[in-house]
Design a protein around this ligand. Structure first.
Ligand code: IPM
Ligand code: MN
Length: 372
């Protein structure tokens, strides 16, 4: 298969982790006879520094001409500490989502056996967790009308949704649930707010066309509690843009690290794959950042294009790195393996088929996409 892949490495640790994914995809390319064409373009704070624009036109053009985008991270301390900055790195990511019509953000939260002791939550609670969050990505307060008074002492963010926005992601979530444990939890705040009631009406209506999928509607405050105390009850969680942003990070807590979780943003003609973690500017260039979230984003990319064997081969190599403790210090304090070393280990173990029977296969969806 020939794929054009845009590399938007972005800020902070973005470039060094994306480079590890590129190594892995190069190894897949050789082993399975594909051709991946990588092209880089600036985004975020780096693009502001270069072009005064967090998403320069040539970056957007490249993304539109590519099949997929591997995104690194966005954000810089300079802007985080300045709430009055008019141009912000994050605007680049939001514009990209909008221009590419990426309305669904999909984040699988699956516990790896080798890491279940790392969670701050009891091992018995998190062992075996396997859920996926479907976050609506183009509506709600992120993209609705905003105001700020001239004296900067009053501000509003409208939270707007229409049935169409809700139903397109709901259908994706129901289709995913059909292939998984057949359960959807809608996380909302329908006891207080009007837009969540629209979500509930719409999703309940759609549920009628998926009779084999069980729909469970829960209030978002309860979902946060349940996610920590009993995460195994969840299969697919469907939620809006803002609640999804928050729930996603709670998902990282279950796993015990936000440095290993990937995500896929889909919906339009192009699809984007990115780690869940931020730009971690304090670690940039120090070769200590964990590349696994980026590498697992490459696994999602392969699955998205139906390259299941390739995705499984890469996933197995990642699991092997956990089992052999070839991990960065955020996973194992006593480890002194760097970003590059872990990336090299994973890339060079992709074809190691001999080891496969000794692997713990429970975490690998062999032949099954974990996305949809
Ligand atoms: C995320 C991030 C983004 C968001 C920011 C960087 C705009 O936190 O992808 O979760 O809020 O959606
Ligand atoms: Mn977020």
């Amino acid at each position: 298969m020939h794929l054009k892949i845009a590399l938007l490495e972005g800020d902070g640790i973005g470039p060094e982790v994306v480079q590890q994914s590129v190594k892995c995809l190069r190894a897949i390319e050789d082993l399975f006879g594909h051709s991946f064409q990588f092209t880089q373009a600036p985004v975020g704070a780096r693009a502001i520094a270069l072009h005064d624009n967090p998403l320069p036109q040539q970056t957007l053009d490249l993304c539109q001409q590519s099949d997929a985008i591997l995104f690194g991270a966005i954000g810089s301390l300079e802007y985080d500490q300045d709430p009055n900055a008019k141009i912000r790195p994050e605007q680049g990511l939001l514009k990209l989502r909008k221009e590419l019509a990426l309305f669904a953000n999909i984040r699988p939260i699956k516990m790896f056996s080798a890491l279940s002791a790392n969670s701050p939550i009891k091992e018995s609670v998190v062992k075996g967790v396997d859920l996926v969050i479907f976050r609506e990505l183009l509506g709600g307060s992120y993209f609705s009308e905003k105001t700020v008074s001239q004296d900067l002492r009053h501000a509003t963010d409208l939270n707007e949704y229409s049935e169409g926005h809700i139903s397109r992601i709901a259908h994706l979530a129901f289709k995913a649930a059909k292939k998984r444990k057949k359960k959807i939890t809608l996380a909302d705040k329908a006891n207080v707010l009007e837009t969540p009631r629209l979500w509930r009406r719409t999703v309940m209506g759609i549920a009628e066309s998926y009779p084999d999928v069980q729909l469970d509607c829960q209030f978002i405050d309860n979902v946060t509690y349940q996610l920590v105390t009993d995460p195994k009850q969840f299969d697919v969680i469907l939620t809006d843009n803002m609640f999804g942003d928050v729930l996603n990070n709670l998902g990282s807590v279950i796993i015990g690290s936000n440095a290993i979780l990937p995500s896929a943003s889909i919906g339009g003609e192009n699809a984007m794959f990115e780690p869940v973690h931020g730009s971690y500017p304090q670690a940039a260039g120090k070769n200590v950042a964990n590349p696994v979230a980026s590498i697992l984003s490459a696994v999602l990319l392969l699955q998205h294009f139906g390259l299941e064997e390739e995705a499984d081969a890469l996933m197995i190599a990642v699991i092997k790195s956990f089992q052999k403790k070839i991990v960065t210090p955020d996973i194992l304090g006593s480890s002194d393996y760097g970003t590059d070393y872990v990336g090299d280990f994973i890339a060079s173990n992709i074809e190691d088929a001999d080891e496969v029977p000794t692997m713990n296969m429970e975490n690998i969806g062999l032949g099954k996409s974990t996305i949809i």
